[in-house]
Design a protein around this ligand. Structure first.
Ligand code: ZN
Length: 541
C-alpha cells in the first residue's frame, strides 16, 4: 500500500506559505510520495510550466513510475524535442502491442497553438495520476491505453511571454494536418497518430465562450463516418458535462452564440479534430474559455479524465464503433458507393438547444464591470454538415507516374498507393478544366483551385509506373478528400501538382497546344468501377 502525502502537507513541512487564489477552489487530490509537481503547481498557477520545466517534470515522473514510458516523437523547427508518454497495463511501448491488448487506445494532446496553454497544465497533472499506482486514473489502465503528447508546439509556446499561435515561423500548425509541411505536425501525424492509430484523440486549445469552463466539438464533416460524431454528441459530451458538474463547472459546444443560434468551429480537414474523423478516429476538440489558470487547468483535467472514464466503461463499444467506421470505409470503395462532398456548409441540427451566453465582464475585465448571463432556449445549433457540391466516389484514382511529391504526401499519411507494372488502357472519368484560380493560404502565395467543367468518360492510355490509389482502404475517406481536385485540402490545391495542371485554352494533354481540340483535363483521373490492373504496392516513406 502506497502512502500519499497531500501537497499542502509537503509545503507546510518545507515551510512554504501556500495561498490559494481567492477565485480558485481546486483540490487536485493527493500526490504520491516522491512524485514530482509541475512548475505551475509549485508556483500556485501564477505562471505556466515552461518547456524545459515540463521535460524535467516528465523525466522525474518516469524515474519514479513503473507504468509509464517516455519518448520523443520528433523535433521542432528550433530543435526542441517533442515528448510523448505511454501509460498502459501491462506496460508496453510499441503500437502493435497496444493493438494486441484489445483495449481502446486514447491519444491526448495539447498546445498545438503555442499561446493556448491552459489545458496542457491539467494534462500534465493527469499524467502524474496516470503514473501513480492506485489513483482513479491509474486504475482505468485496466481498460484503456493512453498515449499523451502534452506539447505539440513548444516553439510557439516559448516564442514570447504570452506564447504565439503559430510555430517559430508563424505557421498555424492546426491547419497543417493535410499538407504536413512542418516537422511538429509531420512527426505527430506519422509517429503518433499514424503509428498508434488511436480510437480516439483529444486536442486541447484555448478559446470558446464563457460562462463555460470547457468547450468541445467533435469531427464535423460530411464525409466522415457519422457514428464517430454521434458517439461524441450523444455519449461522450454528456459524460464530460456530468464530470465537470461534480466540481461546479460547465461544458458546452465550441465556439460562440447569440440569442438565436450557436455557431461551431470550422469544417476543414486540415484541422486536427476533422482530420481525426477522416482517418476513422473519434476526434475531439477541447477549448478553454477565458478563466483563471488553475480553474481552467482543472476543467481540462476533468475533461480528459471524463473521456478516459467513459472509454473505460464503454471500451468494446468504442472499439466496435471505430472498427465499423473503418470497415464501412473499405466497403464504400470496394464497390464504389455514395458521393464525396467537395464543398459543404453547416446547417442547424434537427434538435433545438438551450445554452447560456455572457455579456460583459470576463477574466480580464475591469473591476465592477457589469456582467449579464443570458439563458437562451430553443435556439439553433449550427453544426450539421450539409454537402453543397458532391462528386461520385470512384474505385480508384490515377496519378501521373512522375507526380512524386503528391504521392510522397499520401504515403506520409499512411494511404495505400500502388503503381501500374505494365501499361494499361482504362476507362476513366476526367474533369475538364474550365479555369484555374490562385489565392494566398498560410505560407502558400498561390494555392491552385481548379474550376471543373464537363466531366468526361473516356478510355485513356496510362504508362507503367502510373500511381493507383484505391478507395477501398481504411484511409479511403482521406484519400478521396486529398485527390478530389475541388476540395480545400487536395494535392492540387496545395501546389504539389502545379507542373501537371493545364491552363484553360492551352489545349488537351494528348497533343501540341493549339492543334488539339480536346479541352484540358485535371491531372488526376477517376476509375469508377472495379477494373483489372497489374499493379504493385508502393512502399511507405
Ligand atoms: Zn487553438
Amino acid at each position: 500500500m502506497r502512502t500519499f502525502v497531500r501537497l499542502c502537507t509537503v509545503l507546510a513541512v518545507l515551510g512554504v506559505v501556500f495561498t490559494v487564489p481567492a477565485t480558485a477552489q481546486v483540490n487536485w487530490g493527493p500526490v504520491g510520495q516522491g512524485y514530482p509537481r509541475t512548475a505551475a503547481e509549485l508556483n500556485g498557477f501564477s505562471a505556466h510550466t515552461r518547456h524545459l520545466e515540463m521535460w524535467d517534470y516528465l523525466e522525474r515522473l518516469r524515474t519514479v513510475s513503473r507504468e509509464m514510458r517516455l519518448g520523443t516523437y520528433g523535433e521542432t523547427r528550433q530543435g526542441r524535442s517533442l515528448p510523448y508518454a505511454v501509460f498502459s497495463r501491462p506496460l508496453l511501448s510499441e503500437p502493435w502491442e497496444a493493438a494486441a491488448l484489445g483495449k481502446p487506445v486514447l491519444l491526448f494532446a495539447a498546445n498545438v497553438h503555442g499561446g493556448e496553454r491552459t489545458f496542457r497544465e491539467g494534462l500534465l497533472v493527469l499524467m502524474r495520476d496516470l503514473a501513480t499506482p492506485g489513483t482513479e486514473a491509474n486504475t482505468l489502465l485496466d481498460q484503456v491505453t493512453v498515449v499523451v503528447a502534452p506539447q505539440i508546439n513548444p516553439d510557439g509556446f516559448e516564442a514570447s511571454e504570452r506564447g504565439q499561435r503559430g510555430n517559430s515561423w508563424g505557421i498555424d500548425l492546426n491547419r497543417d494536418y493535410v499538407k504536413l509541411e512542418h516537422p511538429s505536425i509531420q512527426s505527430y501525424v506519422q509517429n503518433l497518430i499514424g503509428a498508434w492509430r488511436p480510437h480516439l484523440l483529444i486536442d486541447g486549445h484555448n478559446g470558446g465562450a464563457r460562462p463555460y469552463n470547457l468547450n468541445y466539438q467533435c469531427t464535423s464533416h460530411y464525409d466522415s463516418a457519422i457514428a464517430l460524431t454521434d458517439i461524441c454528441d450523444d455519449e461522450i459530451f454528456p459524460a464530460i458535462d456530468d464530470k465537470l458538474a461534480t466540481e461546479g463547472m460547465k461544458a458546452w459546444y465550441y465556439q460562440r452564440g447569440d440569442e438565436q443560434e450557436w455557431n461551431t468551429g470550422g469544417s476543414q480537414v486540415r484541422i486536427g479534430r476533422n482530420y481525426a474523423g477522416m482517418i476513422n478516429s473519434v476526434g475531439i476538440l477541447f477549448e478553454a474559455p477565458s478563466q483563471e489558470l488553475e480553474i481552467g487547468a482543472r476543467a481540462g483535467y476533468l475533461g480528459y479524465f471524463a473521456v478516459m472514464e467513459w472509454s473505460a466503461r464503454n471500451a468494446q463499444h468504442l472499439m466496435n464503433t471505430v472498427a465499423a467506421a473503418r470497415a464501412e470505409t473499405v466497403a464504400l470503395g470496394a464497390v464504389p458507393t455514395g458521393q464525396i462532398a467537395v464543398e459543404m456548409e453547416y446547417a442547424a441540427e434537427d434538435e433545438l438547444v438551450d445554452y447560456e451566453i455572457v455579456r460583459g465582464g470576463g477574466f480580464d475585465a475591469e473591476p465592477g464591470e457589469p456582467v449579464d448571463t443570458i439563458q437562451v432556449t430553443a435556439a439553433r445549433l449550427m453544426k450539421k454538415p450539409v454537402a453543397t457540391k458532391l462528386r461520385a466516389r470512384p474505385w480508384a484514382y490515377l496519378i501521373p507516374r512522375d507526380a512524386e511529391a503528391a504521392v510522397e504526401l499520401l504515403l506520409r499519411h499512411g494511404i495505400t498507393v500502388e503503381r501500374l507494372t505494365e501499361p494499361a488502357q482504362v476507362v476513366v472519368q476526367a474533369y475538364t478544366v474550365q479555369d484555374v484560380t490562385y489565392e494566398r493560404q498560410y505560407n502558400h502565395a498561390a494555392v491552385a483551385r481548379i474550376q471543373v467543367g464537363d466531366v468526361l468518360t473516356e478510355t485513356r492510355d496510362f504508362p507503367a509506373g502510373t500511381y493507383v490509389v484505391p478507395t477501398a482502404q481504411s484511409l479511403g475517406r482521406l484519400a478521396a478528400h486529398m485527390l478530389e481536385v475541388e476540395t480545400e485540402d487536395n494535392v492540387v490545391y496545395w501546389n504539389l501538382m502545379d507542373a501537371w495542371v493545364p491552363r484553360p485554352g492551352t489545349g488537351g494533354q494528348q497533343g501540341p497546344a493549339g492543334q488539339d481540340q480536346e479541352p484540358p483535363v485535371a491531372p488526376i483521373f477517376k476509375v469508377m468501377t472495379p477494373t483489372r490492373l497489374a499493379a504493385e504496392l508502393v512502399e511507405g516513406r
